[in-house]
Design a protein around this ligand. Sequence first.
Ligand code: DQQ
Length: 430
Amino acid sequence: SIVDPQLRPGYHFQPPKNWINDPNAPLYYKGWYHFFYQYNPRGAVWGNIVWAHSVSRDLINWVALEPAIEPSIPSDQYGCWSGSATMLPDGTPAIMYTGIDRPGVSYQVQNVAYPRNRSDPLLREWVKPGYNPIIVPEGGINATQFRDPTTAWRAGGRWRLLVGSVAAAGGGGARGAAFVYRSRDFLRWARVRRPLHSAPTGMWECPDFYPVEAAGRREGLDTSVPGRPRVKYVLKNSLDLRRYDYYTVGTYDRRAERYVPDDPAGDECRLRYDYGNFYASKTFYDPARRRRVLWGWANESDTTADDVAKGWAGIQAIPRTVWLDPSGKQLLQWPVEEVDALRGKSVTLKGRVLKPGQHLEVTGLQTAQIDRSVVESFGAGGETCILSRVYPSLAIGKNARLYAFNNGKADVKVSRLKAWEMRKPLMNGA
Ligand code: DQQ
């Protein structure tokens, strides 16, 4: 049946049970990668949202800790929604997140939380200062479409962060907007009147805004990197209506507090991180390996009834290193290099020609432990990525096979194909 337990992925981030959605506040601290995510502790459907928390040494093997942020103060008592982490100059991570502060309507405010004990590398306990919330909807902002604060960045003695929202609808429907809030002390935040950017796309959830090295350098940049001519910016938005993440590459004018995409047609949402199932994504700068790492959520594509029967719903994509293509026009992505450490026995095929309609089976590997209900593909060196959810009813366990096939009209030369068996990582005790 479709709820065969063998459909559980083996390599993609997942808790032992229940519903998960957006990645939240990924960060690196004292030798540990931290990953938080939207989680329903009571079931396999969205609701009762808290921030679950896991830690890892390598972004691949994960250990689950107690939830880090749960409803506990007036300004988050009806839900702890998405947010991000910012590393303060003294090395303390701060988490900013959206709280729901009243029942019924999801009225949204932004809160801050700090680690109780900075010397705990696992950051197990988070404290919410009494001055929360730090940002409330004002000045005509729609309080039910005002959420998902970004990592803050600092320039010229001032902090800035973005909150996803809508700008006053003019003519062609709701404009997605990312509002800028600024602060000198990380405590009192004031909105800049005009948004950083907006476009006629419907609401922007989970904005992400970060610098990248211009032209092809794979190295990542800290979110607060000082402006330099060879630095470009990426603005990513999650489209509430279309359910995908699009981005543009452009320039950031920090005096005007405005972002301008290089390609005037960029806001037609042509560039996506992923052309499959991938939403509410978020990057962070990893100082240990000087790279920018992207996390994204893939939901189930079976039915809610199947999710309830399975007892789980949602996975995270394999974390990806992300950098700017040498053309400067789009990003490239590749699974973090640590995933290679799971590789075992391999087979290689070389110089094989596939005529139209032909296929070729890759044999000699144990395929029973492949990743079941997910196929995540990276094409053309990371130019095009597609994560698909699939629920095979026959190709399960020992019945799964690996093929190269040619469904086109011309011969295809497979110059080199290499496939590996994979060892199973630790996955939150599941
Ligand atoms: N999921 C969160 C929101 C966010 C949405 C709630 C995106 O904060 O806008 O679980 O998937």
